[in-house]
Design a protein. Structure first.
Length: 57
């Protein structure tokens, strides 16, 4: 998680695991909600990815 937060453009989470892990990050990681929200608000985030991030919130 720390490595991903340091370089958010390089998402190490596989596409099949993203929905579950995003929810876990929001629920269990200090600052997880803010991190996922920041990713959602980045202009380079695709609509597909925004859908996954929004579901986690």
């Amino acid at each position: 998680m720390d490595a991903w937060q340091a370089t958010p453009a390089q998402n190490p989470i596989g596409l099949d695991l993203q929905p579950v892990l995003y929810c876990a990050i929001v629920a269990q990681v200090d600052g997880g909600y803010d991190f996922i929200m920041d990713l959602f608000n980045k202009p380079e985030t695709t609509d597909f990815q925004k859908g996954r991030l929004l579901n986690a919130l």
